[in-house]
Design a protein around this ligand. Structure first.
Ligand SMILES: [Zn+2]
Length: 162
């Protein structure tokens, strides 16, 4: 069920869109190797026609499966946009693509989801990585600048593993 808004249906009154969009439609694979969608995109939106644009407002929710950059443990991350809004211009350079009277909201939702991805997914804010178990922590445990370095090192390790 794609996230389509039929512009004609908006001529007289706002239209509600609610349901779930299969994660595959968002095409989130390959953006970040540590992050995958693990649920469909729940949406509960209202679209209304303005003179030269369509305003869409409402809620979006998606679950992600992430891998901790420090300890490589998998964990679930819930994204909730409780007051998402999106303005679709119907004129001008940025005008929304209309096909068969419909505008596809998917790319707009996708863009905001990608922007809100956790930059350095951590299983918990204070995750200390693998140092406790592996005892390689000695060289990781001192100095403030180490955190970034160790996380990229683990990312490298992770690539090798794959
Ligand atoms: Zn962790």
């Amino acid at each position: 069920m794609p996230l389509l808004i039929n512009i004609r249906h908006l001529e007289h009154k706002p239209v509600t869109l609610s349901g779930e969009l299969p994660a595959a439609e968002l095409d989130l694979g390959g953006i970040d190797e540590l992050i995958q969608a693990s649920s469909s995109l729940r949406h509960d939106l209202v679209a209304e026609r303005h003179e030269r644009s369509i305003l869409v407002q409402g809620r979006l929710g998606l679950k992600l499966r992430c891998e901790c950059v420090r300890c490589l443990k998998g964990f679930e991350y819930t994204m909730n946009f409780d007051s998402w809004s999106c303005l679709l211009p119907l004129e001008g350079e940025d005008k929304a693509l209309v096909s068969n009277d419909c505008v596809d909201l998917t790319p707009y939702a996708r863009e905001d989801i990608v922007l809100a991805f956790p930059q350095h997914p951590l299983c918990e804010p204070g995750c200390r990585g693998l140092q406790a178990e592996s005892r390689t922590g000695a060289r990781l445990s001192s100095g403030a600048s180490i955190a970034g370095g160790s996380s990229s090192a683990w990312a490298e390790l992770n690539k090798l593993k794959l």
